[in-house]
Write a protein that binds this ligand. Structure first.
Ligand SMILES: [Zn+2]
Length: 116
């Protein structure tokens, strides 16, 4: 049986050897497994966690920004509706101004007549 060489340190592998992923394809010796491959796997896991947490906080920030934007749009919409309401009232006053003055005069005259 041909003796395999470690893909990391190129020394002869004693025994079965180990999967060298994610550092390299192929097999490595026990020493490289303990000193390089296992720490490499831990680091890969930590990198994954870090990336996931970054993605999560970016997502949360996007949600927060979206909420703030929606809140602002809502406020602007309220302002717009308020100004629209004022315009309707102004239009109403303009159209019915004469009738309104007539009504007030009548009310006043009735009041005056009652006082006499
Ligand atoms: Zn090795």
């Amino acid at each position: 049986m041909k003796q395999e060489k470690c893909v990391l340190c190129f020394e002869k592998i004693e025994g079965f050897g180990n999967n060298a992923m994610p550092l390299a394809e192929g097999r490595c010796c026990d020493l490289c497994n303990i000193t390089k491959v296992i720490p490499g796997r831990i680091k890969a896991l930590e990198d994954y966690e870090k990336t996931r947490n970054e993605a999560r906080s970016e997502y949360e920030k996007a949600i927060k920004d979206h909420k703030e934007r929606m809140f602002k749009i809502n406020e602007e919409l309220d302002d717009f509706i308020a100004s629209f309401k004022d315009a309707i009232i102004a239009d109403f006053i303009y159209k019915y101004h004469d009738e309104w003055i007539k009504f007030v005069k009548e009310q006043y005259e009735d009041y005056r007549d009652e006082q006499i």
